[in-house]
Ligand binder design. Structure first.
Ligand code: FES
Length: 142
């Protein structure tokens, strides 16, 4: 059901933990499944020098947060803001259709962390807006 890459990032997630003096922190949750994802970014001169995460959630949520943190390290904040859940899924060789919504948490928590950084530094990052509560489980529950 899961690709080898998803299993690898689930069994050996990269970048687990927190950054104490993070430049930006983003937390998103899904009220229905109760899964929560928190991403920490260390940013120097608008470049992400470190990224860590804590995810309390399903295997796909862990794997996508692991991959998302890997993908944004070394990127500028503007490049990172363009990272979509689809790109994260592609990097993992895909997810089963019922698990696509889990990857949205990775995109949203990344955006929430970038929003936090932008707020603290009084800047705007293209494509990053204030996080809103969304419900990605609607489509699978109906
Ligand atoms: S089931 Fe909730 S994020 Fe995957």
């Amino acid at each position: 059901m899961y690709s080898e890459k998803v299993m690898d990032h689930f069994m050996n997630p990269r970048n687990v933990g927190e950054i104490e003096d993070a430049s930006g922190v983003g937390t998103v949750g899904n009220a229905k499944c109760g899964d929560i994802m928190k991403i920490y970014l260390k940013i120097e001169n608008d470049v992400i020098t470190d990224a860590k995460f804590k995810t309390f959630g399903c295997g796909a949520a862990v794997a996508t947060s692991s991959m998302a943190t890997e993908l944004v390290k070394g990127k500028s904040i503007n490049e990172a803001a363009k990272l979509t859940n689809v790109a994260v899924m592609e990097a993992l060789d895909g997810l089963p259709p019922v698990k696509v919504h889990c990857s949205c948490l990775a995109e949203e928590s990344l955006h929430a962390a970038l929003w936090d950084y932008a707020q603290k530094n009084n800047i705007e990052i293209e494509g990053v807006s204030e996080p809103v509560e969304t419900d990605h489980h609607e489509e699978i529950e109906e």
